[in-house]
Design a protein around this ligand. Structure first.
Ligand SMILES: [Zn+2]
Length: 356
């Protein structure tokens, strides 16, 4: 038979249980901020001063009334890729915390020094490419300190990572979504569904087979893979453009992704008649010389093995290199030139596949 104090305790637990179940959800904690359910917050993650000066990362968190997945959308890793930055600004205005399930973390501009300095590819402060230095380092140069904070404060707190880019200055590009798959990636089927919600004309699977592949010159995407997050790369626009159609396509894609992830009650738009072209990875053609690049055609297009891509001349006008495609494929993005540095990827060729 139960003793009286034990009976009292059991009754107390019975009475307390419904009250515990009804307790309001916790605020979303990020970078020292707590964002209450059903609210939004705009703040800066300070990047402390090292040997090369302080900066910040502007972030908007929209925390839904109902708990659910955390989607991180990162714009402006390259500060000259403007479509992503304008799309993040618009999403911050459009997504309503009252109608959202889960949490949307928007990094409005990951690379503020690159953005304010109108600098393609690199942060002008330390000349490093933010998309090659993950996981970063708190005691490193400015770009490495930015990467460290994005990894720890944003990627680590997310359930799904979306990194949004464009063709940078002097780059051509056809809109595509890159989806991380293979044995070292997490939940490729979910990432593919989210990618399809963008309705972009091209989808590339990046198959993660080895640690080396994830670690060498680690991008933000590969940081997501390393941290076990389903990850996609979104690419639209070229030459540092700010076209409205590209901004709108990113916004629509992220809103579709919110539906796929169960974060929004809005229905998915009707699929286009034409499904996306599918590609299994890419091959890059690198320049062997620095100088003046003359592409045959600086647009996305199908390529045949052996087809001429362009020539590089030195500063006397002498031809020093002739570049050809090593494979049959599709020129997905590349540089328009004229500047080219030895080691630059001149064209990235996607390899067609029938299905994943
Ligand atoms: Zn980029």
């Amino acid at each position: 038979m139960m003793s009286l104090p034990r009976l009292f305790l059991a009754l107390l637990l019975l009475i307390a249980a419904p009250a515990l179940a009804a307790s309001p959800p916790e605020p979303f904690a990020i970078a020292g901020h707590g964002v209450a359910p059903g609210t939004r917050a705009d703040f800066r993650i300070p990047v402390p001063s090292g040997s090369d000066g302080a900066t910040f990362i502007p972030v908007t968190v929209i925390n839904g009334r109902q708990p659910g997945p955390v989607l991180a959308v990162v714009a402006g890793v390259h500060g000259f890729e403007f479509a992503s930055i304008l799309a993040a600004e618009r999403l911050a205005e459009r997504v309503d915390p009252a109608r959202l399930t889960g949490t949307l973390v928007l990094v409005r501009v990951a690379n503020i020094p690159g953005f304010e300095g109108r600098s393609p590819n690199v942060n002008p402060v330390d000349r490093k490419n933010l998309n090659r230095v993950f996981p970063g380092h708190p005691g490193g140069t400015q770009t490495e300190r930015i990467a460290d904070l994005i990894a720890r404060e944003v990627v680590a707190r997310s359930d799904f990572l979306m990194d949004v880019h464009s063709g940078d200055g002097a780059e051509f590009l056809d809109a595509f979504v890159g989806v991380y798959g293979g044995p070292l990636a997490t939940d490729f089927p979910l990432a593919l569904k989210v990618a399809q919600a963008f309705r972009f004309p091209n989808i590339v699977r990046y198959s993660m087979e080895s640690r080396e592949q994830i670690d060498r010159g680690r991008s933000l995407n590969r940081q997501g893979v390393a941290m076990g997050k389903p990850t996609i790369l979104v690419e639209i626009g070229q030459n540092g453009s700010r076209e409205e159609a590209h901004v709108a396509a990113i916004v629509a894609g992220v809103e579709g992704a919110l539906t796929v992830l169960g974060m929004s009650p809005a229905p998915l738009p009707e699929p286009k008649a034409k499904p996306a072209r599918l590609f299994e990875g890419t091959v890059s053609v690198s320049a062997g010389h620095t100088g003046v690049f003359h592409p045959v055609d600086a647009t996305p297009r199908p390529l045949k093995k052996g087809e001429r891509l362009g020539t590089i001349r030195d500063y006397t006008g002498r031809e020093v290199e002739r570049l050809v495609s090593p494979v049959d494929g599709y020129a997905l993005y590349g540089i328009t030139g004229p500047p080219v540095e030895a080691g630059d990827s001149v064209v990235t060729i996607a390899l067609p596949t029938e299905a994943f």
